[in-house]
Design a protein around this ligand. Structure first.
Ligand code: GLN
Ligand code: ZN
Length: 758
C-alpha cells in the first residue's frame, strides 16, 4: 500500500444541490413526472459540479460516493445486500430503493432515525435471521469511475462495518446485529479488492460509532475489524474516519492495526488524546480542525497551533473538516441580507473547504504563506467577540435572579385540583397536538407574501380565516381543548427564531434533513431576547371564537437549540436558559391574555442526548432546568402541557418526569401499556396523553380500536390522569382524514368515559 498521502480534504459534502436540484428531481420522479434517465442526469451533473469545485478549491483528495438519492446508510444496506425481503420482489432497482426508504402501496418503509446527535435522519436497516450479506459494489464503483474519468483524485467514502451494524435494527428474532461483524467484514474485504481493481488509491471508512457508547467495547471491535481489513493484500490505502466526538480506547486500538490513516474530530475532542498514542507515528493523521457541522468561521491561528502539535506526532498530517459538511449549507455566497459583520463570522460548506486548503498550505509551505488568511480570520474573530449583540446584560441578570429564586411550581396534586376547578374538563379530555393540515391556501398565502403579491395585513387576514376554520372544525367534532392549528408557522423553530433577538434566519441556508426534505436552521449568534409577544395575538384571536379553552402553543428551549446552529462561545446550558427566558415571558403574556392552557413542545429532548454516557446527566440536568425556567413563570392554575415525539424513553425517562409538566402527550407507537408502565415504574404521577392513533399514516383509525387502546391505558393510569389525543401534530395530513379520524377519536373517548362517570 504505497498510496501517496494527501494533505487537504473534507470528509463528505452536501448533495441535495446548491438550489435543491436533487430534491426537485427526485420528487418529480416520485410523482411520475420524469423518467429515471432524467433523474440520473441531474444527479450526475450535481456530482460533477461538486467534485470539480472541490478540486478547483485545492483539495488533493476528494470524497466520492457521498452522493445519495436518499440516504447513505440505505446505500450501504444495498451495498452489503441487507435490504428487507419485503422489497426484494420489486424488479426495478431504483424503485426498490425508494420503496425501502418511503414505502409504497404494498410495503411499509424502513424506519428512520437521527444520525448520531445531528438533525440528519438515516434509514434504519433491518437485519433478520434470513439476511444474507452479499456484495453489490455497483454504486461506489460507478461513482469512482465517473470521478476518475473527470481527473478527480477520488476517495470513495463508505460507512464502515462497525458503524453500519451499530445502526441496524434486529428484526424477526435475530440477535444483536454486531454479532455478525466478522461476516460483514468479509464482505468489506471483498469490496476492498474491487476498489483496488478499479484503481482506488484510498478508501475512507466512516466509523463514528467508535466515539459513542452504543457498542460497549469499541476498542476490541476496531482492532479486530481493521486488522482483518488491513491484511487484505490487494486493497486501497485505508482511512478510518471518526467524528462527532473523541475517540478514547478505540484510538490506540486503531493505531495498532495496519490502516494507513486515522481521522479524528478535533472540534469535538482535544489533541491530548491523540498525543497519548505513539503508534500513530507511522500513519497519516487526518486532523478534523474545521468544524463540519456548525457554521462558524475557523480560528485559523489556533487551528495552526493544533496542527503544529500534531506534526510532531505522526508521519503525515492532513487537514480536514471534523465531519462531512452535509450538515451545513452549501455556500455563504447565495446568502443575502446578512450584515457584513455577521457574514464575516461564518463559514458554510464552500468556505470551509477554503479554510482546509489554507491550513494545509500553512503547515506545508509555512505560516507566512497564509498570513493574509490568518489576519482575516483574526479580524473576524475579534469583531465577533466585541459585538454588542453578543451580550445582553438585562437578560443575563434576569436569568440569574429567577434561577436564584427557584423554578419549581407548586405541588403537582394541588395544581391539578386548581386547574380542574377552573377548566372543568370532562374525564378523558380530548385534544390535539397543535398543528392542523397545512392546506394549499396556506402555502399559497405564504408564497404570495414572500413574492410581494399580498401584504402582511392580507396574509394575516387569510391566516385568521384558517384559524377560524380549524376552531369551527374542532367545535363541530366536540373536542374539549382546542388549538389554533399553527397555520402562521412555517416551521416550529424558525417561526420563533424570526421573532427573537440573537437569531438570524437564513434565506438559502438549506440543509438536508432526510431524503428530499430540507430545513433552514436559524443561526443563534447572540444573547437571546424577546422584543415583543410572539404568539399572543393569534392565540387570543382563536380563543375569542370559542368558549372552550384554546391551548397556547410554544416550542421549548431544547428543541429550539437542537434545530438551530448554535453559538460556540458559551456553554449550551447558558444559551438554553436565554431561550427559556423568552419562552417564559411568552407564557406569562399568554396567561395575562386569558389563556389557561399552554403547551411547550420538546420533541427534540432525546435528540441532543450526548453520545457518551458520562456526559448524559449534565445534559439532562440543563435541559430540564431550561424547560422549568420556561414554564414556571405562570400560576399554578395555568395548565402546562408538553409534547414528546417518541415512546422509547430509555435513558431520558427520569428527565421526562422532572420536567413536571401537568400533562405530557407522547407517541405510543409501542403499546400504551408499555409506555405507561414505563412511566409508572419511575413514579410518574402527572397526567399523560399517549397518542391513540398514528398520524404518520393516512389511515383513519376505527372507534373500536381506539376504545381498546383507551381501555388498555386505563389499566395503567387512572381516568383522572388520562388524556385522549393523536400522537403528533396533524400538519402533514389531509383535512378529510383528520376530520374522520378525530370524529372517531372523540366517539371513542365518549364511549369509554361512560364507564368512568364522565
Ligand atoms: N405542536 C407541534 C405540531 O403539532 C408539535 C410538532 C412535533 O411534535 N414535532 O405540529
Ligand atoms: Zn410530535
Amino acid at each position: 500500500m504505497t498510496a501517496t498521502p494527501f494533505t487537504a480534504t473534507i470528509l463528505g459534502s452536501p448533495r441535495i444541490g446548491p438550489n435543491r436540484e436533487l430534491k426537485r428531481a427526485v420528487e418529480k420522479y416520485w410523482a411520475g413526472g420524469c423518467d429515471r434517465s432524467e433523474l440520473e442526469s441531474v444527479a450526475a451533473t450535481l456530482r460533477r459540479d461538486t467534485w470539480e469545485a472541490l478540486v478547483a478549491a485545492g483539495l488533493d483528495s476528494v470524497p466520492v460516493n457521498t452522493f445519495s438519492y436518499y440516504d447513505h446508510v440505505l446505500d450501504t444496506a444495498v451495498m452489503v445486500g441487507a435490504l428487507p425481503s419485503r422489497v426484494a420482489g420489486i424488479e426495478e432497482e431504483l424503485d426498490r430503493y425508494f420503496a425501502a426508504a418511503r414505502g409504497n402501496d404494498d410495503v411499509a418503509p424502513l424506519e428512520m432515525t437521527k444520525w448520531f446527535d445531528t438533525n440528519y435522519h438515516y434509514i434504519v436497516p433491518e437485519l433478520g435471521p434470513d439476511t444474507r450479506f452479499a456484495l453489490n459494489a455497483a454504486k461506489v464503483l460507478a461513482e469512482l469511475k465517473e470521478a476518475t474519468a473527470l481527473g478527480v483524485p477520488a476517495r470513495p467514502v463508505i460507512v464502515g462495518p462497525i458503524t453500519f451494524l451499530a445502526l441496524c435494527k434486529a428484526v424477526g428474532g435475530a440477535g444483536a446485529p454486531i454479532g455478525r461483524l466478522d461476516e460483514l467484514v468479509a464482505v468489506y474485504a471483498e469490496l476492498l479488492g474491487e476498489l483496488a481493481d478499479a484503481g482506488a488509491a484510498w478508501v475512507q471508512l466512516d466509523e463514528p460509532a467508535l466515539v459513542t457508547d452504543i457498542l460497549g467495547d469499541t476498542a476490541e471491535l476496531a482492532e479486530r475489524t481493521y486488522t482483518t481489513l488491513g491484511r487484505v493484500t490487494e486493497r486501497p490505502a485505508l482511512f478510518v474516519a471518526t467524528y462527532f466526538g473523541e475517540l478514547t480506547d478505540a484510538l490506540p486500538a486503531l493505531a495498532r492495526t495496519p490502516v494507513e490513516a486515522v481521522g479524528v474530530d478535533l472540534v469535538a475532542g482535544g489533541v491530548s488524546a491523540v498525543a497519548a498514542v505513539p503508534e500513530l507515528a507511522g500513519k497519516t493523521l487526518v486532523a478534523g480542525v474545521v468544524d463540519g457541522r456548525n457554521v462558524w468561521r475557523t480560528n485559523l491561528q489556533s487551528a495552526l497551533g493544533t496542527l503544529a502539535t500534531l506534526l510532531g506526532l505522526a508521519d503525515h498530517v492532513a487537514v480536514s473538516t471534523s465531519c462531512s459538511t452535509l450538515h451545513v449549507p452549501y455556500s455563504l455566497e447565495v446568502e443575502d441580507g446578512l450584515d457584513a459583520d455577521l457574514r464575516s463570522w461564518l463559514a458554510f460548506g464552500s468556505e470551509k473547504v477554503t479554510e482546509v486548503v489554507a491550513l494545509a498550505r500553512g503547515i506545508n509551505a509555512g505560516r507566512e504563506a497564509i498570513s493574509a488568511d490568518v489576519a482575516a480570520s483574526n479580524a473576524a474573530i475579534a469583531s465577533r467577540r466585541s459585538d454588542p449583540r453578543l451580550t445582553n446584560g438585562d437578560v443575563r441578570a434576569r436569568i440569574a435572579s429567577i434561577t436564584a429564586s427557584g423554578t419549581a411550581r407548586g405541588p403537582a396534586e394541588a395544581r391539578r385540583a386548581a386547574q380542574q376547578k377552573l377548566l372543568k374538563l370532562p374525564v378523558l379530555p380530548t385534544t390535539t397536538i397543535g398543528s392542523y393540515p397545512q392546506t394549499s391556501a396556506i402555502r399559497v398565502a405564504r408564497a404570495e407574501l414572500r413574492s410581494g403579491t399580498i401584504d402582511r395585513a392580507e396574509y394575516e387576514r387569510r391566516m385568521k380565516a384558517e384559524i377560524a376554520e380549524v376552531i369551527r372544525l374542532q367545535e363541530d367534532l366536540g373536542i374539549d381543548v382546542l388549538v389554533h392549528g399553527e397555520p402562521e408557522r412555517n416551521d416550529m423553530v424558525q417561526y420563533f427564531a424570526e421573532q427573537l433577538d440573537g437569531f438570524f434566519a437564513t434565506q438559502n441556508g438549506w440543509v438536508q434533513s432526510y431524503g428530499s426534505r430540507c430545513v433552514r436552521p436559524p443561526i443563534l449568534y447572540g444573547d437571546v431576547a424577546r422584543p415583543k409577544p410572539m404568539t399572543v395575538d393569534w392565540i387570543s384571536y382563536a380563543q375569542s371564537l370559542t368558549d372552550k379553552p384554546v391551548k397556547g402553543m410554544l416550542t421549548g428551549p431544547v428543541t429550539i437549540l437542537a434545530w438551530s446552529f448554535v453559538r460556540d462561545d458559551q456553554p449550551l446550558a447558558q444559551t438554553a436558559a436565554q431561550v427559556a427566558l423568552a419562552i417564559r415571558d411568552e407564557t406569562v403574556d399568554l396567561q395575562a391574555a386569558g389563556i389557561a392552557i399552554i403547551q411547550v413542545d420538546e420533541p427534540a429532548l432525546r435528540e441532543l442526548l450526548p453520545l457518551r454516557a458520562k456526559d448524559k446527566d449534565a445534559y439532562l440536568q440543563w435541559a430540564v432546568d431550561a424547560f422549568r425556567l420556561s414554564t414556571s413563570g405562570v400560576s399554578d392554575t395555568t395548565q402546562i402541557h408538553t409534547h414528546l415525539c417518541y415512546s422509547e424513553f430509555g435513558e431520558i425517562i427520569g428527565a421526562i418526569a422532572d420536567l413536571d409538566a401537568d400533562v405530557t402527550s407522547i407517541e405510543a407507537a409501542r403499546s400504551h401499556m408499555e409506555v405507561l408502565n414505563d412511566l409508572n415504574a419511575i413514579g410518574f404521577s402527572n397526567s399523560v396523553g399517549p397518542g391513540v392513533y398514528d398520524i404518520h399514516s393516512p389511515r383513519v383509525p376505527s372507534v373500536e380500536e381506539m376504545v381498546t387502546s383507551l381501555r388498555e391505558a386505563l389499566q395503567a393510569v387512572p381516568a383522572e390522569r388520562l388524556w385522549v389525543n393523536p400522537d403528533c401534530g396533524l400538519k402533514t395530513r389531509k383535512t378529510d382524514e383528520v376530520r374522520a379520524s378525530l370524529r372517531n377519536m372523540v366517539a371513542a373517548a365518549h364511549e369509554v368515559r361512560g364507564a368512568h362517570g364522565g
